[in-house]
Design a protein around this ligand. Structure first.
Ligand code: PEP
Ligand code: MG
Length: 570
């Protein structure tokens, strides 16, 4: 099977299939009284979470629910609270030793069947509602998105529809050696998370992945994107060998930790890390990172069931600041919406979530949330070299409005005599084409740019970064994308502001020399990618990089560009 290899490395282990909403039987029987008790508890937890979820949907005025909608939700809650449902499920668990998933799947299937056999057409149609309720319970049972923690055996390879950031945060990850997902592409969050944790991963396998069953033996090659299910002994040996070679090379590269990141002609290149949680700081320094170029603050918001208070946020940013050894830490204000939803902030479903109500657009609309976060970051700026970065900026008005709100947050802190760095730098992500082509205008307003190629590529090429069917079009080496990047870097230099790149392209070895040629001197990436990129930097010089840039910019297609870059980088 082949998907997109997004986090390098080779793993050989046992499949654990997470059926997010699909009603499938695992066939696993419970072994002892503890497991039976735990299964019943898991069912109760899942039902409670499902009820809570429906209640919060019902209360969400932004959804404009009709009385019919509310009646359906009310019926769903009634069904979930029906003692008969619990009795049937618990009976399967206790008497037939069925695991919680299978017990629910069977009870729901039986109930659906009863409704489907009814004479009355209206009642027959209710079978879809019952299935929907079943799926909702299973979602809470089988995914981690609500903080349920799944426990894994050693050498587990997770097979899932997708892995959300909160899944990965709350999952008991210590035994997980691989991720494989049905959907997604290089820049989906499952990929970013796997990379930051140094766990080999493949995304976008498509429907073929449905064939994988629990406990299948799996070989995962995160470089080529190849996945082997129940391979023979010869293949296992071949890949065990490849795995040792890969791991050996990885530990050699890690030796570069103390080596300064300087090209052979003496240009210092700053290598920073993208992080999501304070614990990631260890890996930053362990891999030779010189600070944090992107702290994705929304992760703090995703692993819980209500908005974090100013004090809770302050504690988090302060922890990161204290662990940063006074190196720069760029905190990006929340980038929720799009693919990053919060269970407790019921954003209405949208036709085009990536083009919709997200990131800075939410912050400028919900200034209460924005000010709370800004005050927390500002307070933490007294404990380290923090900077503020605004995501999804499309034009100058959003920058000016944001700066006014930052000023307001400062005034509130001054009034209360609270310490903060009054000259904290404020920068923006350049990830929307309109921002890139007006870099000359925006550069006058901010202290720094950080190029977010994940979104810049998606918006420039009109390619959904999550859609595996069109992932072949998702191409940072498209001349259109390269021209934008080159222009942004040039304008930043001209206006004497810092410019970094924090999208996944910064971690792509094939892009390193090209970006150096464009004049990029600040790269931010998953900490685990730093040694590989440093190895390229310390073995090359700027004149060669400029030469590569000139050749590439004269080419007419990404096919030619990629072929050429492959040739010069290997
Ligand atoms: C980007 O868009 O390149 C980026 C770094 O942000 P995110 O991946 O979180 O959207
Ligand atoms: Mg982005």
């Amino acid at each position: 099977m082949k998907g997109v290899g997004v986090s390098p490395g080779i793993s050989i282990g046992k499949a654990f299939v997470i059926n997010s909403t699909k009603a499938t039987l695992t066939g696993d029987l419970l072994q002892n009284p503890e497991e039976i008790l735990a299964a019943a508890e898991r069912f109760d937890d899942a039902v409670n979470l499902a009820v809570k979820e429906i209640e919060s949907i019902s209360k969400n005025i932004t959804l404009n629910l009709t009385s019919d909608d509310l009646a359906i939700l009310e019926t769903q809650i009634e069904f979930l609270s029906d003692p008969q449902l619990r009795e049937d499920v618990v009976n399967k668990i206790n008497t037939h030793k069925k695991n919680a998933n299978d017990a629910i799947v069977e009870v729901i299937a039986d109930t659906v069947q009863i409704f489907e056999n009814m004479e009355d057409e209206y009642m027959r149609a209710r079978s879809a509602d019952i299935q929907d309720i079943g799926n909702r319970i299973l979602k809470h049972l089988n995914t981690n998105s609500q903080g349920l923690s799944l426990k894994f055996e050693p050498d587990t390879i997770i097979i899932a529809e997708d892995i959300s950031p909160s899944d990965a945060i709350t999952m008991d990850i210590k035994h997980v050696i691989g991720f494989v997902t049905r959907v997604g592409s290089k820049t989906s969050h499952a990929a970013i998370i796997a990379k930051s944790k140094g766990i080999p991963a493949i995304v976008g396998c498509g429907d073929d992945l449905n064939a994988v069953k629990n406990n299948d033996i799996v070989i995962l090659d995160g470089v080529t994107g190849l996945l082997f299910i129940n391979p023979d002994q010869q293949l296992i040996e071949e890949y065990s060998q490849k795995k040792s070679v890969y791991n050996e090379r990885k530990s050699q590269l890690k030796q570069l930790k103390e080596v300064p990141s300087v090209t052979t002609d003496g240009t210092a290149i700053q290598l920073l890390a993208n992080i999501s949680v304070a614990d990631d700081m260890d890996s930053v320094f362990d891999n030779g990172g010189e600070g944090v170029g992107l702290l994705r603050s929304e992760m703090l918001f995703m692993e819980r069931d209500s908005f974090p208070t100013e004090d809770e946020q302050f504690e988090f940013y302060k922890q990161v600041a204290l662990r940063s050894k006074n190196k720069p830490v760029i905190v990006r204000t929340i980038d929720i919406g799009g693919d990053k939803q919060l269970s407790y902030f019921n954003l209405p479903a949208e036709q085009n979530p990536f083009l919709g109500y997200r990131a800075i657009r939410i912050c400028l609309n919900r200034t209460d949330l924005f000010i709370t976060q800004l005050k927390a970051i500002l307070r933490a700026s007294a404990f380290g070299n923090l900077k503020i970065m605004l995501p999804m900026i499309s034009g100058i008005q959003e920058v000016r409005d944001s700066k006014n709100i930052i000023e307001q947050a400062k005034q509130e802190l001054l009034k209360d005599n609270i310490q903060f760095n009054n000259s904290i730098e404020v920068g923006i992500m350049i990830e929307i084409p309109s921002a890139a082509v007006t870099a000359d205008i925006l550069a006058k307003e901010v202290d720094f740019f950080s190029i977010g190629t994940n979104d810049l590529c998606q918006y420039t090429l009109a390619v959904d970064r999550m859609n595996e069917k069109i992932s072949y079009l998702y191409d940072p080496f498209n001349p259109g994308v390269l021209r934008l990047i080159n222009y942004v870097i040039g304008q930043a230099h001209q206006h004497k502001i810092h410019v970094a790149m924090c999208g996944e392209m910064a971690a792509d070895p094939m892009a390193t020399l090209l970006l150096l040629g464009m004049g990029l001197t600040e790269f931010s990436m998953s900490a685990t990618a730093i040694p590989t990129i440093k190895n390229i930097i310390i073995n090359n010089n700027l004149a060669a990089a400029k030469n590569i840039l000139n050749k590439v910019m004269a080419m007419d297609s990404s096919q030619n560009i990629i072929a050429y870059l492959q040739e010069v980088t290997t």
